[in-house]
Ligand binder design. Structure first.
Ligand SMILES: C[S@@+](CC[C@H](N)C(=O)[O-])C[C@H]1O[C@@H](n2cnc3c(N)ncnc32)[C@H](O)[C@@H]1O
Length: 206
């Protein structure tokens, strides 16, 4: 499993979305010997998750059941640990369309925040594109890099821990698109221009 490639069966270390209902779901990391509590009872990872097909209905110890879903950027947006305000899928769709992102696109983004937009960008630009994402809050930058590794998309993203308004994106003339989700995007416009290719596009929100 990775966030950009479908895996049929849940393996040790994979993320699965435990789906109890549209208003009730959460991510788990499948690990042998681990148990997860739900209101329908316990899920035992060794017998109930690992080796099961993504999408399976899994019986819990109290007689109820849940679905275990393959992660997607949309499900991740609904379930990720919030470190910041995030962008949701409706706005992400508009951003993706307006920036004309596609497989192979090179994208610069700041700030990384909770990585909601980043995961969607990465899925869109895979397998040959690249995301350069800049976040000046050290723990947020580290957490995003850790999640990209865990979700097996780290080869598609570079996380930089720096102030985009002062130091920019660390790349010049390579980006097809720049997206700024920071309080004062105008302060980074010069750096956005430097990162972009001649025909590149920029969008902001604040
Ligand atoms: C609203 S959050 C971004 C949310 C992100 N788009 C998402 O969907 O998860 C804004 C982030 O920008 C970061 N930030 C603000 N100003 C910045 C700057 N000058 N350079 C780098 N990061 C910055 C903040 O630390 C915060 O994590």
């Amino acid at each position: 499993m990775s966030f950009v490639e479908y895996g049929e069966y849940i393996q040790e270390g994979d993320i699965a979305i435990v789906f109890l209902g549209r208003e009730s779901m959460f991510p788990v990391k499948a690990q042998h010997g681990t148990q997860t509590q739900t209101k329908y009872g316990v899920i035992r990872h060794s017998s109930d998750l690992i080796g099961k097909r993504f999408g399976s209905k899994v019986n819990c110890s109290k007689g109820g059941w849940v679905y275990v879903l393959h992660p997607t950027p949309e499900l991740w947006t609904q379930n990720l640990p919030h470190r910041t305000q995030i962008l949701y899928s409706t706005d992400i769709s508009m951003i993706t369309m307006m920036l004309e992102l596609k497989p192979g696109s090179v994208v610069c983004e700041s700030g990384t925040g909770s990585g909601s937009l980043s995961h969607a960008i990465i899925r869109t630009i895979a397998p040959t594109g690249h995301l350069y994402t800049v976040e000046f809050h050290e723990q947020r930058a580290e957490k995003a890099a850790e999640e990209f590794r865990e979700h097996k998309v780290a080869h598609l993203a570079t996380v930089k821990n720096q102030d985009v308004c002062k130091e920019g994106f660390g790349v010049v003339g390579v980006a097809d698109a720049v997206f700024l989700d920071i309080p004062s995007p105008w302060e980074a416009i010069g750096h956005a221009k430097a990162a972009l290719k001649e025909e590149g596009k920029v969008a902001t929100c604040s």
